[in-house]
Ligand binder design. Structure first.
Ligand code: GLU
Length: 437
């Protein structure tokens, strides 16, 4: 375990418990550490405990040689970070992205630790990534890269050690190749090593839209708390990948609700009457973007974020709500489906302006919660009906939402700080029982 002295004075906790650092926006890992500093201060954690929580337990850097279709070998850089396993085996997705960095992976591994703790599933947190652009690779190159990643990390992971899953630009097919490669290396079928698999290989029913469905359950609870009638609500969704398109589809299934705007990396679309999310998805499949959708007006991504809607769902990559645009956010609820969409400074502005934020590691915990159900089913080799998954997910998400809300009301802090207090306390309790601190 690498322990560096915490620089707790780096982040200044304000009365609302968010962080400002000489007006500088922080990189993802600095942001994650600042959030831990705030929680440590509010929970009066002993310096040793705080120090452990500020750094990952283990960090693996690998080089993955992959034969490209043109016959040449290319070396890809990959990472796996295990942040903390006090509560159970580490859990977290694998990202394939050209802008991947070790700091992003470390931050995401920390957030996985809090995410699993806040929904009270018996896992620690981890994350993996490879610097690559799968959009420019053939399917067989992606397969060779996926297998190569497992060849490089297989001794570091395992059903009782660290269980990967899909994340940005990885999907059930990638999980299937990875499970197959791991099983070959181990000499036995090992479905529990990875989640988010295809159903035919031990995947769970309900995993596909679990992140969005889990978020929807928290939105329903938030709307109830704020007396917002969801049947009349307008919704904007930033990002139209797995989480974004599924939240649009699920949300529109509630009679009366209207998805008025959605976007992707190329831009956004707006329709006052509401969009048909299934048709938007078809359009995106055909044209590779949501823009230029018939009967909708093209808008920019920043226009979308600033629309006067009831619910705004950031569901793209991180850092979309910053100090620069936070004061222009007019939504009543910001439901963070993506990881790290709001910077600490933006958080403070949103809180001052009365915007109710459902923080990322609570809002988007539905994916890992159903991953946990998948791992349990793999362990038992007995599989549940989809309805049972939905019920169990609803129970977990609603309970977690109300635990966090109660903490936020009791301590008069924003929902993100409250979620940290709930999650960090649980991790620290496990660390104490294990005799680490
Ligand atoms: N990648 C997803 C997340 O960030 C899911 C992780 C998992 O299922 O383990 O929550």
């Amino acid at each position: 375990m690498s322990l560096s002295k915490p620089n707790a004075s780096a982040g200044i906790a304000t009365k609302k418990g968010s962080i400002s650092l000489n007006n500088k926006e922080l990189n993802s890992f600095e942001m994650a550490q600042s959030q831990i500093d705030t929680a440590a201060e509010m929970l009066n954690l002993a310096p040793g405990t705080h120090t452990i929580l500020r750094e990952p337990m283990k960090e693996l850097h690998v080089s993955i040689p992959v034969r490209l279709d043109n016959g040449k070998i290319k070396i890809f850089k990959g990472f796996r970070v295990q942040y903390n396993n006090a509560r159970g085996p580490c859990k977290g997705g694998i990202r394939f992205h050209p802008d991947e960095t070790i700091d992003t992976i470390k931050a995401l591994a920390a957030w996985m630790t809090w995410k699993c703790a806040v929904v009270d599933i018996p896992f620690g947190g981890s994350k993996g990534g490879v610097i690559c652009n799968p959009k420019e690779m053939s399917s067989s190159e992606v397969e060779r890269l996926s297998r190569g990643y497992i060849d490089a990390v297989w001794e570091f992971i395992g059903p009782d050690r660290d269980i990967p899953a899909p994340d940005v630009y990885t999907n059930p097919q990638v999980m299937a190749w990875m499970m197959d490669e791991y099983s070959k290396l181990k000499g036995c079928i090992s479905p529990g090593v990875i989640t988010g698999k295809p159903i035919a290989l031990g995947g769970s029913l309900g995993r596909g839209d679990a992140t969005a469905r889990g978020a929807l359950y928290t939105i329903v609870e938030a709307a109830r708390h704020l007396n917002i009638d969801l049947a009349e609500a307008t919704v904007a969704v930033e990002g139209y990948g797995n989480a974004g398109s599924n939240i649009a589809i699920l949300r529109n299934d509630i009679p009366g609700a209207r998805i008025v705007a959605v976007s992707d990396s190329k831009g956004g679309i707006y329709s006052k009457q509401g969009l048909d999310p299934h048709k938007v998805l078809e359009h995106k499949m055909e044209t590779s973007s949501v823009i230029n959708f018939p009967q909708a007006e093209n808008i920019s991504n920043s226009d979308l974020l600033e629309l006067g809607v009831d619910i705004l769902c950031p569901a793209a990559l991180g850092n979309t709500i910053t100090q620069a645009n936070a004061s222009k956010i007019r939504a009543k609820i910001v439901a963070e489906l993506s990881n790290g969409p709001t910077t600490p400074q933006a958080d403070e502005i949103l809180y001052d302006n009365g915007v109710f934020v459902i923080p990322d590691f609570l809002c988007n915990a539905g994916g890992v919660t159903v991953s946990y159900f998948e791992w349990v089913q793999n362990t038992y080799n007995y599989y549940w009906e989809e309805e049972e998954i939905h019920q169990k997910l609803n129970k977990k998400m609603s309970k977690a939402f109300h635990n966090v809300l109660a903490e936020s009301l009791k301590r008069k802090v924003n929902m993100r700080v409250a979620a940290y207090l709930v999650a960090v306390s649980r991790v620290v309790e496990a660390m104490k029982w294990r005799g680490w601190v």
